[in-house]
Design a protein around this ligand. Structure first.
Ligand SMILES: [Mn+2]
Length: 381
């Protein structure tokens, strides 16, 4: 029985410029989630920790970030738990790689961290009975296929595990299902997406553990790592069991609101507060047609809920409506104005081009303001 903790896409040191002042807090949360992953490995007494790429957010990771990562891995080392990592696409093995500019294994000490590189794409951990293989292609270190050490070079290992910063698929950076099937691996520890997934390709079980703390939009659960139990006890023969465990706390959510159903600015704020959660990054998307008398101040709404969320981001995709009901006579200023602007809006919206779409949105705003200004005046041309 071999037990692993598999993580990836930790992205330590991420700047999160899109999160504004909450970015530093998010960075700390990512560190905390990585610490929680280490705590889990210690509590579970796993045999080995695998990092399938993007331990760091960038090759420019600061010394402080590198030392923090090393200190966490040293906690594993002190408990006799080894770590094998592979560079990803955020921290690729280039000349300027964070894995070259810093001696991470040296900082962890005692040979307890192995970083797989093009020059050393696999490691045989004899005491654990496992061979861990990284990517074969030095030019494309994150997309497979797996290195295949000549059998003569490696004593037979009960377990063969792959480590790759790629997800199954047919895209340029993906690992092919056929490549997984042909790999002869018992388990493929993959990475490269913030959301967890898992499956089988032939005799090979694979998993993408997701980020320990969510770093991308569209990720609506807490971050996770994957615990793996490789078991060869009779009577079942070899089996691979996977268990996803939450280690992160921040969540992402989306609140979609149709402005036609909003009564007022206060109503918008009340709806936001109803979803308040200090662990939530909430994307608020306003859509639909906005009545002329509804005036929304999104910056004020964000101020009103500040501190009640980890962060909110408001995106207003609503638009003023075309004119309802019978139009004023064409010989009035209002009647002529509405016909002119709505004719241009119809042409622009029919064109389908992005710039035309933006211009149509501006004209809808012009229409709304003109309609309010001229309403009821009925001045003859
Ligand atoms: Mn990546």
């Amino acid at each position: 029985m071999l037990r692993l903790l598999h993580t990836a896409d930790v992205r330590l040191g991420a700047r999160h410029e899109d999160l504004g002042e909450a970015g530093a807090a998010m960075r700390e949360r990512q560190h905390a989630a990585f610490s929680a992953a280490v705590d889990l490995a210690l509590a579970e007494g796993v045999d080995l920790v695998l990092v399938a790429g993007d331990l760091f957010d960038a090759n420019t990771a600061s010394r402080r970030t590198v030392e923090h990562a090393a200190a966490e891995l040293a906690r594993l080392a002190a408990a006799g738990i080894r770590t094998v990592a592979v560079p990803g696409d955020h921290d690729p093995y280039t000349r300027a790689s964070v894995y070259r500019s810093h001696d991470l294994p040296g900082l962890v000490g005692d040979g307890m961290l192995t970083v797989l590189t093009p020059a050393a794409p696999w490691v045989h951990l004899e005491a654990l009975g496992v061979l861990v293989v990284g990517p074969a292609d030095p030019a494309r270190p994150s997309s497979g296929p797996f290195a295949s050490p000549a059998d003569a070079a490696v004593p037979p290992a009960p377990w063969r595990v792959g480590l790759l910063h790629a997800v199954p698929g047919d895209g340029p950076g993906d690992v092919r299902e056929t490549s997984l099937e042909a790999s002869g691996l018992d388990y493929a520890a993959l990475g490269g997406e913030p959301t967890a997934s898992s499956g089988r390709a032939g005799a090979t079980a694979w998993a993408v553990p997701g980020s320990p703390e969510p770093v991308a939009l569209g990720h609506d659960g807490p971050g996770t790592v994957t615990l793996v139990a490789l078991d060869d006890r009779p009577p079942d023969g070899k089996s691979v069991r996977l268990e996803r465990r939450a280690v992160g706390t921040a969540r992402h959510g989306v609140l979609e609101a149709d402005v036609a159903e909003l009564a007022s600015q206060e109503d918008l704020v009340a709806r936001l507060l109803a979803a308040a959660d200090p662990e939530l990054v909430l994307d608020v998307r306003l859509a639909g047609e906005r009545p002329d008398d509804l005036v929304l101040d999104l910056a004020a709404a964000e101020d009103a809920v500040r501190g009640r969320f980890l962060r909110t981001r408001l995106d207003d995709r609503s638009r003023p409506p075309l004119t309802a009901g019978a139009l004023p006579p064409p010989e009035t200023i209002l009647g002529a104005f509405i016909r002119n602007i709505e004719g241009r809006i119809a042409d622009l919206e029919a064109s389908g081009a992005a710039e035309a779409h933006d211009e149509a949105a501006e004209l809808r705003e012009v229409l709304r303001m003109g309609r309010r200004l001229l309403a009821g005046e009925g001045v003859a041309l």
